[in-house]
Design a protein around this ligand. Structure first.
Ligand SMILES: Nc1ncnc2c1ncn2[C@@H]1O[C@H](COP(=O)(O)OP(=O)(O)OP(=O)(O)O)[C@@H](O)[C@H]1O
Length: 624
């Protein structure tokens, strides 16, 4: 492993730290100023009280010999003892108060930062940011700290305030040494403590850089851990017996970055301390030596020795502040960088014109598109027309860009070139949300909400969630109502087997629920139904039934159907074959078969594999 890179040298590094701390301090207002002020006062008191304690106990030491000789002097000793006791008791009381106030500050700030992060993830109209590895790394960095709540931005802010206690103590002890003994000694003491602190904080900062630089390597370990402990892969791990492989791979993956980073930690965080220790020992020896040679009273010696020891105790790691400020600032930087990345994802245009219910067509003209960073574009010059009120099917081999077409139509991505129009109007002239309100889409990887069946359907038009009749009608049209009614609590049953009172559905039933969600949207405001592989989880009979139902609910509506299955697409009014980034054939099923081109070739290939079913279905149709 190489040394942690510091671009621009130490000055740039320091500037970076200052900027990050300033940003963190900027969050304090989110906790509310009265709370911040109360915490600052508490920390200030915790800084002053140890200094008072040292002064008072030294006064006790000074008074004792006098009191032993002259009984009347006990009053002074007792008064000093009372002050020392109060200072001590005050610290004992304030330490938990400090922790409590810090906790409240952290929770308030972290709650707000989490909202900020969630808003950034949701606000972007496109999804490019959420499919970009750099953005995902930032998101996981920020989320990890915010969810663990140990080194979060909020904890960092509280940690910064707690530094007031430490700095006040250090200044107080140094001042005592200066006033009572020597300002040179006070400066030497301060220099020693600050040198150690600098070494410690710099080491911690460099280690956190190293940790961040390892994000990509750690990702594999995180993935394997989640895989081993999640439900998604549980079946396959057991059936394929991959437990041992998974454990070994996880261990190897973690050691691949832990071993070098342990070595690096020794280099970054331990070795420099040989120098600091030598410097510290010399400085303290000089101070104590000078103290021995000075003519001070017993009380003054007690005071200086205590102040020196108290100050040296501050040359260490501050458990209430250091990790928190370092990683908290880093997590907040990740939030801001993620936010910036998502803002750059705004689609171009974004007009405000009224969105029509397309009366003639939706057209893709001269469309070119490639995913950011991909070696080859998905589309080079695509022309495609979806006629209003008709069903258009798109077919093509895996990876040809069928789902990408839906992402462009829904403006989750913007084309690099070309235009998509609705009745001749560029869809970028409409506000993104208004345009999307016209679309009812069932994606291939549709969402299975861990909520009631009712919500799973109603979320298709969230402002009509209370439309009970509409939800039942959509479920009925999708052919899933009887199955949902048969669940333990009917439509109120949570669709999650692991939830108490919940139930899980089969893959085909889930697909129908997703279809019902789209149909519910269509009932309210949608105008274009888009189905991406809607029958992938259905058996042959269910698929045939599905298409009959689909023809009924989609009759007179504009729809786009994407499927590998020819038994599904053959019924469409218009079929489009995509290959090599463009449309290569189009027409009706019969036209394309008689053309004898790619469609016919793929159709016969599939008919050969599933001959009986396809033939049976075809015959039924011919008879019908
Ligand atoms: N987020 C992404 N980033 C980069 N490349 C992507 C992304 N999503 C898809 N691709 C690539 O774009 C191409 C088209 O993908 P798309 O999912 O649109 O194909 P498809 O025709 O729907 O495939 P399938 O039939 O398997 O569902 C593929 O080569 C795929 O690897």
């Amino acid at each position: 492993m190489t040394t942690v890179p510091v671009r621009g040298g130490r000055c740039a590094e320091l500037r970076g730290i200052v900027v990050a701390r300033r940003r963190l301090a900027g969050l304090l207002s989110r906790a509310g100023w009265p709370l911040v002020l109360a915490t600052a006062v508490c920390d200030l008191a915790l800084g002053v009280l140890p200094v008072v304690f040292v002064v008072a106990t030294s006064a006790v030491v000074g008074h004792v010999p006098e009191a032993a000789a002259n009984g009347a002097a006990w009053t002074g000793a007792l008064s000093a003892l009372v002050v020392a006791s109060l200072a001590f008791a005050g610290q004992q009381v304030l330490v938990p108060v400090q922790a409590g106030l810090g906790e409240v500050i952290a929770r308030r700030i972290d709650g707000e930062v989490l909202d900020q992060l969630m808003a950034a993830a949701l606000r972007a109209p496109g999804i490019g940011g959420l499919e970009d590895q750099r953005q995902l790394d930032l998101l996981s960095r920020a989320r990890r700290e915010l969810e663990r709540g140990f080194q979060s931005p909020g904890k960092g802010c509280a940690g910064m305030l707690h530094l007031i206690a430490r700095v006040t103590q250090l200044a107080g002890f140094a001042a005592l040494v200066g006033i009572v003994f020597s300002w040179l000694a006070a400066v030497a003491l301060l220099a020693t403590v600050l040198a150690f602190r600098y070494g410690h904080r710099r080491g911690l900062h460099r280690f956190s850089n190293l940790f961040r630089a390892n994000a990509a390597v750690r990702r594999e370990g995180d993935y394997l851990r989640d895989l081993a402990m999640g439900a998604t892969a549980a079946k396959e791990i057991r059936i394929f017996g991959t437990h041992g492989w998974l454990t070994d791979r996880y261990r190897t993956s973690y050691l691949s970055w832990l071993l070098p980073s342990w070595w690096e930690r020794r280099r970054i965080m331990v070795r420099p301390f040989y120098g600091y220790t030598a410097f510290g020992v010399l400085a303290v020896a000089a101070v104590l030596g000078a103290l021995g040679a000075a003519s001070l009273s017993t009380a003054e010696i007690a005071l200086v020795v205590q102040a020196v020891m108290g100050a040296l105790r501050l040359a260490e790691h501050y458990p209430e502040a250091d990790l928190q400020t370092e990683y908290g600032a880093d997590a907040y930087d990740a939030v801001l960088a993620f936010e910036r990345g998502m803002t750059g994802d705004e689609p171009a245009g974004g007009g405000t014109g009224p969105v029509p219910h397309p009366r003639s067509e939706i057209a893709f003209r001269g469309l070119a598109f490639g995913y950011p960073g991909a070696a080859r574009p998905v589309f080079t010059d695509l022309d495609l027309t979806l006629r209003a009120g008709r069903c258009t099917a798109v077919i093509g081999v895996n990876g040809v860009g069928k789902t990408t077409l839906v992402k462009l139509l829904t403006r989750l991505y913007e084309p690099d070139r070309g235009v998509i129009t609705a009745d001749g109007v560029d869809i970028r002239r409409f506000a993104v949300d208004d345009w999307r309100a016209r679309l009812a889409v069932v994606f291939q990887d549709f969402v299975r909400h861990e909520r009631s069946a009712r919500d799973n359907i109603g979320l298709g038009a969230v402002e009509h969630l209370d439309d009970e009749d509409g939800i039942r009608a959509a479920a009925g049209d999708a052919g899933v109502l009887p199955a949902l009614d048969a669940l333990p609590s009917g439509l109120d049953t949570p669709l999650a087997g692991h939830v108490t009172g919940g139930a899980d559905l089969s893959g085909g039933q889930w697909q129908r629920v997703a279809l019902a969600r789209a149909l519910f949207r269509l009932r309210h405001e949608g105008a274009l139904l888009v189905l991406d592989e809607p029958t992938a989880s259905l058996d042959v009979r269910a698929e045939a039934r599905f298409f009959e139902e689909f023809q009924r609910v989609a009759a007179g509506r504009t729809s786009l159907l994407i499927s590998h299955r020819f038994s599904t697409v053959r019924h469409a009014d218009h079929i489009v074959v995509i290959a090599g980034g463009e449309v290569v054939e189009e027409g009706t099923h019969d036209e394309l078969l008689s053309l004898g081109g790619r469609y016919a070739e793929l159709f016969h290939l599939q008919a050969g594999q599933f001959g009986d079913d396809v033939a049976a279905h075809g015959e039924r149709e011919a008879v019908g």
